[in-house]
Design a binder for this molecule. Structure first.
Ligand code: ZN
Length: 340
């Protein structure tokens, strides 16, 4: 009960990449960079285990950014000529690569870090991939001319890599779809369908993470415009509830999401965000256990998985580590309160 996991990303050590950045520059290249990525992956697996998390991941130490890490291994994308594009409905500008011809995987995308992680932990291993709709929103299209068509093309590639990750021994494959909270109608119309294409044939656990973004200023400013009740999930959850995706990760603690929206996910495992990633204040185990207790009004206990609201990539290592410990300690306290 209350198996804990993080959403996905963790801060990169200062010797691996620039710190406190969403698109950090690597500190080295070639074999040296490969070794540094491996070292950081092992370090974070150990730290997650030591903190007491039940489900661990690679902390996304081998990718510069959660979307572009995947795109770097796709043929048909011009990375040499990035363009500035407003993303997430123009919430902020990003330097994005361009799709210039038909998309095809160059080969395996995440074999190195997935196999490394699998070889070094006996705990359940979760691996994250960007969702098709979020990819489409983080790349400039100069070829397809149709969002849905391009999303379905990416979904096929994601599926290819997801099946290979499953063969590597990954237990949970999670697709990150922050764009679902921005283009709610599109998400319900075709985003969930594209996600199902990406997850087709998987027999491991499948998950989707939908959040209000990393704790960067552009996102906190945007959240301040969303009013007292954030009802974005209300439009997407019914479509997800009908889908084959088994787990849904959502933002909860310190958000203005009405918690009763979790009821719309009946039949799904719910990864409830009990850790705020937009604040350096570390939650107490009591606060975490209180959030779990509150969520239990809407989610059955065997379906509740305490999680972070989003990734921890842009935070300091010290704070991130303390938050992992708070997550595990809070879940333990919640179990104790229920007499389990
Ligand atoms: Zn997120």
């Amino acid at each position: 009960m209350f198996e804990t996991a993080i959403a996905g990303s963790l801060p990169k050590p200062a010797w691996l990449a620039e710190t406190n950045k969403l698109w950090p520059q690597w500190r080295s290249q070639g074999d040296e960079l490969r070794q540094a990525k491996a070292d950081a992956t092992l370090l974070w697996i150990k730290a997650q285990e030591d903190a007491g998390l039940d489900i661990v991941g690679d902390g996304e130490q081998s990718r510069q950014h959660f979307v572009h890490g995947f795109l770097e291994q796709v043929d048909g994308i011009d990375f040499a000529n990035k363009v500035t594009m407003g993303i997430r409905n123009n919430r902020y500008d990003a330097q994005v690569p361009q799709v210039v011809s038909e998309l095809k995987l160059k080969g395996r995308v995440h074999a190195f870090e997935a196999q490394l992680a699998r070889a070094h932990t006996k705990r359940k291993l979760k691996f994250t991939l960007p969702g098709p709709m979020t990819i489409v929103d983080t790349v400039a299209d100069r070829f397809y001319g149709d969002k849905v068509k391009m999303a379905m093309a990416f979904a096929q590639l994601l599926n290819q890599e997801a099946l290979a990750l499953q063969a590597d021994g990954v237990d949970i494959i999670q697709f990150d779809e922050p764009a679902f909270n921005v283009y709610m109608q599109d998400a319900a119309d075709w985003g969930v369908q594209a996600l199902e294409v990406a997850a087709k044939g998987l027999t491991c656990t499948t998950a989707v993470h939908i959040c209000y973004g990393y704790g960067i200023k552009a996102n906190t400013d945007w959240k301040n415009t969303l009013g007292d009740q954030w009802r974005q999930y209300e439009q997407v959850f019914p479509a997800l509830a009908k889908s084959s995706i088994q787990q849904v990760s959502l933002e909860c603690y310190h958000s203005h999401v009405p918690p009763d929206l979790m009821r719309l996910l009946e039949g799904k495992d719910v990864m409830v965000g009990v850790i705020d990633v937009a604040s350096d204040v570390v939650e107490t185990p009591e606060q975490v256990a209180d959030t779990i207790g509150m969520a239990l009004q809407y989610v059955p206990k065997h379906r509740l998985f305490p999680c972070t609201n989003c990734g921890l990539a842009p935070m300091s290592r010290e704070v991130a580590l303390a938050k992992l410990q708070a997550l595990a300690a809070g879940a333990a306290l919640a179990r104790q309160r229920l007499g389990a």
